[in-house]
Design a protein around this ligand. Structure first.
Ligand SMILES: [Zn+2]
Length: 217
């Protein structure tokens, strides 16, 4: 089973990807990890990607897509893969489909969440400077305000965890990623998941969708 999980930043892709890989025999592929591995291995594509990344530039789509093709051909993806946040534009989606016809995406998990639902998660998020623990001033507050329960260090708010940045990211998502989603929907691959619920409830919906896919194939 080859899975693509899509959703705006903050919709819980990381958490749900962990649930999926714990419960299904799929290899989680993130573009960040893939770039780092290809660079460490010194592959031709890795060298090309490094040239862009060293200059602080985005790696062009054709390099990313060919690197993904090479990555998906490895043994650990033989039973299936889980792509996380890529392809995320229409151009990437169609190019990806063209070169991975031997390992096509079977199902697209679409985490649906609105700006209003995301805002409290993002705006109230606080992180520990020292150990990276994550809090929410409303739903998951530390015992002592501004101080990490785990290690006692100071908590901080990320500079882009604001309503304004969230709105910008959501507009970009609508403009660039929704067309890719509509393309996959047209192919009958998309399952919409209500991602406004708790992580466990979201996982329950995803698990149902994956089970029902397995039953039908
Ligand atoms: Zn801490």
């Amino acid at each position: 089973m080859n899975i693509l999980i899509m959703g705006p930043a903050g919709s819980g892709k990381g958490t749900q990807s962990n649930y999926i890989t714990e419960n299904y025999p799929v290899k989680h592929i993130s573009t960040g990890d893939m770039f780092r591995a290809a660079i460490a291995e010194g592959t031709e594509l890795g060298k090309k990607a490094a040239e862009y990344m060293n200059q602080g530039l985005l790696v062009p789509d054709d390099i990313t897509i060919h690197m993904t093709k090479e990555r998906l051909a490895k043994d650990d993806c033989a039973e299936g893969y889980l792509l996380d946040g890529f392809p995320r534009t229409l151009a990437q989606a169609t190019a990806f489909e063209e070169i991975t016809q031997d390992r096509p995406i079977d199902i697209v998990i679409n985490l649906v969440v609105t700006v209003d639902q995301l805002a409290p998660r993002i705006v109230n998020r606080r992180l520990c400077r020292n150990c990276g623990a994550i809090y929410n001033t409303v739903s998951l507050p530390p015992k002592k305000e501004g101080i990490c329960d785990v290690c006692g260090s100071e908590l901080y708010q990320r500079a882009d965890d604001t309503l304004e940045s969230l709105q910008t990211r959501m507009e970009e998502y609508r403009e660039y990623t929704e067309p890719a989603l509509e393309h996959f929907r047209h192919e009958g691959l998309v399952v919409d998941i209500d991602a406004s619920l708790s992580p466990e409830e979201v996982w329950h919906q995803i698990d149902e969708a994956l089970r029902s896919f397995n039953d039908q194939h």
